[in-house]
Design a protein around this ligand. Structure first.
Ligand code: C2E
Ligand code: MG
Ligand code: MG
Length: 910
């Protein structure tokens, strides 16, 4: 049985075509065999030929009618799916809406051909009325009422007319009449029944068409399942939802459509519903192949058979996923609206408030019912002008959005700042639906901000701007530029002796003093001036629009006066007055940036302080430039020292009487990597008084001492002298360091080392100098007073200063040949040395004439270009070997020897 089923086509149409073809085969075969046998029995052989023709015509007509029915039915049958064939056959006929001309022609042809067959048979005894029944029934079934009646009428009239014709004048007997009546009755009844059936079929067809239109037209899924959960029907919309065609679904259950767990749940739920046999509407969530769950609103109910037994389940399912999402979004929006910490108000296109949230009420103090229907303007603080709101609305209309800070008023009248965003809500056509404003109360942040700003920019004690704000303002002023007529005076003010007030009266009193001074200063300022406190007792004033340095001086005098006004201190009501030192620089004469101007004013203030306080000092940009050059040079020199770019040249000191080179002065040189050998004039000024003075001095001592020791060990008994600067000499560690140096060169007799000290340096602090020289001399070293004659040594001091040698300054020596004054000075120094029992040496001896002149006045120790220029060590050693060959100097000496007094001859080097 199953095998047979498998051979049958699946679709109703296929099955129908198969059945129709088989039926035709059986009918046509039966007709051929049976009809010919029948004819052979009923008629004679002569009539058989034309009767056979008539029979053929009838066959063609009858099969034509059947073919037509078959085609109608086939066109109505679905190509797929199941269903009872008879149901579909019935449905195929529903296409007949009324008899067509062909029905009438068929209704006329069928009985006529049968009448001819009957006539041919020609049995007078048995008129064979029964032959006419089939054409009548066929006509009624195919054409309905009227074709049925037409066929009945033709058959009746034909039978009545033909029988007398064929049988002479025989009148129809009672049996014939009965047969005829039954034929008529049969025709009428079959026609009426056929018509009734047709009408009911058309009605059913119409109903089904309507139903089908609804099912296929709806966007909801409509389906019917059998008791096993297999889909019996599903509409196109349902199949589309599952991304399949109806034929893919029909006959299958949910396990083929959904993941197994969900399918099982679905089948179980359907089963339960069928058992309950009640219609229910519920929401179902189903997983779909795209990985998303979709939500359906499903109405499911039982499908009952005629006996009221459940034979399946129908369902109408609507995809409500999007609606659910929208509902959720609405719910979320409503929650946000209600619970937002931002105040929200919704305004209609007529600018009336239609909705506010609880935060709105909390911030503004207005309950919802107080503001609904009102204009947002009711919150206005009056702080913004009409142009502000015009611009705001213009932005909203143009960009659909506005955001900004606005000041509004609460119900209790208090002003508050809010950060407000307004957006336009438009419908699909672009018409404004609402304006939605959301705002945050930022009053607290603003207050906090202001507080921070105050802390960051103002001095908490005096409430004056601090350095940061001052620099801001100063930069602003500089940015605005200066005009040629007006100047900006940047004044750095430092109180004199403020520390004493603090120490004497305590810090609270000190604070009161600062506040009082600030108050007094403010009185002196004009609106455009600025006073800032930049440190403990340091203030800066920016005096704008100064027309001249003179006008500035007057203003500064007033300021000094204002500072000195007595201030009452809190503690004990003491009144004190202080003075101040002011440093001032004038912009744009001093054309620097804010930092530079403040630095210059600060520098000038220090000058004012050093110059005696309670005064002002104007910054001098030339001296500043020099100072900068100086500090740059110092760093270069420091570098040079570290890179051993310094060296010592040696210039011999000679005793003209003996011709002996008794000493050598070490003179520093800088072997500059680019400029070559530089003498001290190029750099020594920068070193004097600087931090480099001492280390460089130590280096000179160390180097010269090492050289002296080396010479000594080579058998050269030379007294090596070095120049010591004033600061270095007076440095507390000097003696100790000298001592250490001597210890590092134990083989050098200390008497072979000499320190040349400038007369002026020694004079600065004579007491200390004396003590120092005494200490150093105890170590055995010698001292020479350099450039003697340029200072103003009093004889009393000279007597106390235990130096060994006076070195006549070269300026006197140079001109002694031409200038009697200078010659007199040189003579006087030589006499003085003799009186105080000091050695005397002349420097700057450039010619033999100088040498001769010096010898003639009793100074036989000389140093100068005339003997030799300062030279590097190796050159000096070489020079020494050639020195005795210098005959001219011997001549001078011998000439002088003859003139000198005996005791003078003995004044040689010890
Ligand atoms: P000073 O100590 O009076 O040294 C003598 C200066 O006169 C040397 O100049 C020397 O070259 C120069 N001189 C010597 N004979 C003649 C001469 O016949 N004619 C002329 N016109 N000049 C002569 P220098 O070496 O340029 O030194 C200049 C000054 O620099 C020195 O004067 C000394 O005060 C200072 N100085 C030199 N070396 C050092 C040093 O190592 N340390 C310190 N602190 N100062 C030094
Ligand atoms: Mg010297
Ligand atoms: Mg000198």
């Amino acid at each position: 049985m199953t095998t047979l089923n498998n051979l049958l086509p699946d679709s109703p149409r296929g099955r129908f075509i198969l059945y129709s073809t088989l039926s035709y085969f059986v009918l046509a075969s039966a007709w051929i065999f049976l009809s010919d046998n029948l004819l052979a029995r009923l008629i004679d052989v002569h009539s058989i030929v034309w009767l056979s023709t008539v029979k053929g015509v009838f066959f063609v007509l009858a099969t034509t009618a059947m073919l037509r029915i078959a085609l109608w039915v086939a066109s109505a049958l679905p190509t797929t799916g199941g269903g009872s064939l008879l149901t579909f056959v019935a449905r195929g006929e529903e296409h007949i809406h009324g008899p067509s001309l062909a029905n009438y022609l068929l209704a006329a042809a069928l009985p006529t051909s049968m009448l001819l067959v009957r006539q041919a048979i020609g049995d007078a005894e048995h008129p064979l009325m029964i032959l006419l029944v089939l054409p009548v029934i066929l006509s009624a079934l195919l054409g309905g009422f009227l074709p049925g009646l037409l066929a009945t009428a033709i058959a009746t009239i034909g039978a009545m007319a033909m029988d007398p014709l064929s049988h002479g004048s025989r009148i129809m007997d009672g049996r014939d009449m009965l047969a005829l009546s039954l034929l008529v009755l049969n025709g009428v009844v079959v026609s009426v029944l056929s018509e009734l059936r047709r009408h009911s079929q058309i009605r059913a067809h119409n109903n089904e068409e309507l139903l089908s239109a609804v099912i296929s037209g709806t966007s909801d899924a409509v389906f019917v399942k059998d008791l096993q959960g297999r889909y019996q029907l599903i509409n196109a919309a349902g199949a589309r939802m599952l991304n399949k065609s109806p034929s893919d679904i029909i006959g299958k259950d949910d396990t083929h459509l959904f993941p197994l767990p969900s399918a099982k749940e679905l089948i179980a739920a359907d089963l339960a519903m069928m058992q309950q046999a009640a219609t229910q509407t519920l929401e179902e969530s189903l997983p779909f192949p795209d990985g998303q769950d979709r939500i359906f609103l499903v109405t499911k109910g039982p499908v009952l058979d005629k006996q009221g037994h459940v034979k399946g389940l129908f369902g109408i399912s609507r995809d409500i996923t999007e609606r659910k999402k929208a509902e959720l979004a609405l719910l979320e929006a409503a929650t946000v609206f209600e619970s937002s910490q931002e105040g929200i108000l919704v305004v209609n296109p007529q600018k009336r408030i239609v909705k506010v949230n609880p935060a709105f009420s909390r911030i503004t103090g207005y309950a919802a019912e107080e503001v609904l229907g009102q204009q947002p303007h009711m919150l206005s603080s009056g702080q913004h002008d009409a142009a502000f709101f015009r611009n705001m609305w213009a932005a909203i209309h143009t960009h659909g959005f506005w955001r900004g800070e606005i000041c509004n008023r609460r119900k209790n009248g208090e002003l508050f700042s809010e950060f407000l965003s307004i957006s336009v809500v438009r419908d699909a056509a672009g018409a404004v639906q609402h304006y939605v404003g959301s705002f945050t109360d930022i009053s607290k942040y603003k207050e906090h901000d202001e507080q921070l700003n105050r802390i960051a920019h103002f001095d908490p004690l005096t409430a004056l701007p601090n350095r940061r704000l001052l620099v801001d303002r100063l930069e602003q002023s500089l940015h605005m530029g200066a005009d040629s007529k007006h100047m900006l005076a940047v004044c750095f003010l430092d109180l004199d002796g403020f520390k004493n007030i603090n120490d004497q009266y305590g810090h609270t009193a000190g604070d009161s003093l600062l506040v009082g001074v600030a108050r007094n200063l403010i009185h002196e300022l004009r609106g455009e001036d600025i006073l800032a406190r930049v440190g403990g007792d340091e203030f800066v004033l920016l005096l704008a629009n100064m027309e001249s340095p003179e006008a500035c001086s007057q203003a500064l005098d007033r300021i000094l006066l204002a500072v000195s006004k007595p201030v009452e201190l809190d503690s004990g009501g003491a009144r004190v007055s202080v003075t101040a030192s002011l440093g001032v620089t004038l912009y744009p004469l001093d054309d620097g940036d804010a930092d530079t101007l403040l630095r210059h004013a600060d520098q000038a203030m220090y000058v004012a302080k050093e110059s005696g306080r309670n005064r002002y000092h104007l910054f001098d940009s030339d001296s500043d430039r020099r100072a900068q050059q100086h500090s740059k040079m110092l760093s270069v020199l420091n570098n040079a020292l570290n890179h051993q770019e310094f060296t010592l040249y040696y210039q011999p000191k000679v005793d003209l009487l003996t011709g002996q080179v008794y000493g050598a002065e070490a003179l520093i040189r800088w072997i500059h990597p680019e400029r070559g050998v530089l003498s001290p004039a190029a750099f020594i000024e920068h070193i004097n008084g600087s931090s480099l003075e001492q280390p460089l001095g130590q280096w000179v001592i160390e180097t010269a001492m090492a050289q002296a020791e080396e010479w000594y060990l080579q058998g050269l008994d030379l007294r090596v002298s070095v120049n010591i600067s004033a600061h270095h000499l007076l440095h507390p560690a000097f003696c100790e360091q000298l001592h250490q140096a001597l210890r590092r060169h134990p083989l050098l007799p200390p008497a072979n080392f000499e320190l040349e000290v400038l007369e002026t340096a020694a004079l600065n602090d004579m007491e200390q100098a004396v003590a120092l020289v005494v200490r150093c001399k105890l170590m055995g070293v010698h001292f020479s007073l350099d450039d003697f004659g340029t200072g103003y040594s009093s004889l009393a001091y000279l007597r106390r200063l235990p130096v060994d040698e006076l070195k006549i300054d070269q300026s006197f020596v140079r001109d002694m040949l031409t200038d009697n004054d200078d010659r007199g000075i040189v003579q006087a120094v030589v006499q003085l040395a003799r009186v105080f029992d000091r050695r005397v040496i002349a420097e700057g001896v450039e010619t033999k004439a100088h040498g001769a002149a010096l010898l003639s006045i009793g100074c036989h120790l000389v140093q100068g270009y005339g003997i030799a220029k300062p030279m590097p060590v190796h050159a000096f050693t070489q020079w020494m070997t050639g020195w005795h060959a210098e005959a001219p100097w011997h001549e001078i000496a011998q000439a002088a020897q003859t003139r000198l007094l005996p005791d003078e001859k003995t004044m040689t080097v010890h």
